[in-house]
Design a protein around this ligand. Structure first.
Ligand code: PLP
Length: 236
């Protein structure tokens, strides 16, 4: 299958999963996870209909930006972000999906104030409670969300999660359902003039249909579009 055909296939799967549970497919946006792809492939994906690219390495993203590779699409930062690299990301992407600590949140606020922008963000939740993963714990989420709401140069748009790697199909549905509940709770508390809580980012190549069934508005898909990647190297 060509890249264009794979994109269409994934979009059809998203739409089918949405209809299964009575959702309007237009509520869900495919985020193409473009890590390790070339600028040429990114352009090909956008020409074939990809509306949002998700990057998780600062260095690659900076090179693609210099290349104008994302022209015609929105850009989300979805990877682990070190506070010393915030300056390369704030104001350059439409949404930072992976804000998982107060330290990072405050660094984003500072940089956004400095360059005079209001940066849209999602809070990343470590929904599986895994030691190895970044993201705020479920217990600490309300306090972090409350802090985000206080900051003038940050606009909280919702939540993101990367659940544990599932061994069997369907295994992550309870985590997705839990995220959906956290999203509804935050929305009830936080929706105001400043914060429009409308993004729930969850689901990757192996489980995006389940994530859609449980309420995802953004699914981040790499392998199902671009094929397998070489093993992960150094984080960006
Ligand atoms: C790479 C990546 C994805 C996509 O993963 P696939 O399994 O290839 O679909 C999604 N989210 C994040 C944060 C990623 O880094």
């Amino acid at each position: 299958m060509s890249l264009a055909e794979k994109i269409r296939q994934v979009e059809e799967n998203i739409a089918a999963a949405a209809r299964e549970v009575g959702r309007d497919p237009s509520e869900i946006t495919l985020v193409a996870a473009t890590k390790v792809q070339t600028s040429e492939t990114i352009r090909e994906a956008i020409a074939a209909g990809v509306k949002v690219c998700g990057e998780n390495r600062v260095q690659e993203m900076t090179a693609h930006l210099a290349d104008n590779a994302y022209e015609g699409a929105k850009l989300h930062f979805i990877g682990h972000l070190q506070t010393n690299k915030v300056k390369f990301v704030v104001g350059r992407v439409d949404l930072i999906e992976s804000v998982g600590s107060q330290r990072l949140l405050e660094a984003i606020e500072q940089q956004a104030a400095k360059v005079g922008v209001v940066q849209d963000i999602l809070l990343e939740v470590n929904v599986g409670g895994e030691e190895s993963k970044s993201g705020v714990s479920v217990a600490e989420l309300p306090a972090l969300a409350a802090r985000a709401a206080e900051l003038p140069h940050v606009r909280l748009r919702g939540l993101m999660a990367i659940p544990p790697v599932a061994q069997n199909e369907g295994e992550n549905r309870p985590f997705f359902a839990q995220m959906r509940q956290l999203f509804v709770d935050i929305k009830e508390k936080m929706d105001d003039n400043k914060s429009v809580i409308d993004c729930l980012s969850m689901g990757m190549s192996r489980d995006y249909e389940d994530a859609v069934r449980e309420g995802a508005t953004l699914v981040r898909v790499g392998t199902a579009l671009f094929g397998p990647r070489p093993p992960m190297g150094q984080p960006g």
